[in-house]
Write a protein of this length. Structure first.
Length: 144
């Protein structure tokens, strides 16, 4: 049913939990798990040296988040990493398309319906634009 699962990670406890849920699904279906971290675009008006430094810091942070998340997954899970520049929802959707993914998994931010609509949350955008099912994972303390 699921051969490729994309999970958005950002270093938060919620995204870590979502990655574990996605890993559990990946194990059950012998699927490939693709962890996606997206960093905000760096303004080019900063000038070359500041721009390059800001991009290097953003990439280093993204690599750290991806490595930490990967290291906490069960060793039996085949996990790959994607580090992209851009808004998270757009980055995740690019990976879904490029990798022909079957499922997207992200952590809930715990926002109410009104707040999520007003802020245009990643989950809301994915639900509306994803060509594949989207699983938004809530942790136990959020669900109750």
């Amino acid at each position: 049913m699921f051969a490729t699962i994309v999970v958005g990670v950002d270093g938060t406890e919620r995204s870590e939990y979502a990655a574990h849920v996605a890993a559990d699904i990946a194990q059950k279906y012998d699927a490939t798990l693709i962890l996606v971290y997206a960093y905000d675009p760096v303004p080019r008006y900063l000038g070359t040296s500041l721009y390059e430094e800001a991009v290097a810091r953003a990439i280093a942070h993204g690599e750290e988040v991806l490595e930490q998340t990967t290291s906490r997954l069960p060793p039996s899970v085949q996990a790959e990493q994607e580090l992209l520049e851009g808004p998270p929802a757009a980055a995740i959707l690019r990976v879904v398309e490029a990798r022909r993914a079957d499922l997207v998994v992200i952590g809930s931010r715990g926002l109410g319906e009104i707040a999520a609509l007003a802020l245009g949350s990643v989950g809301h955008k994915l639900i509306q634009q994803s060509p594949v099912p989207v699983l938004i994972v809530k942790q136990a303390e959020e669900a109750g």
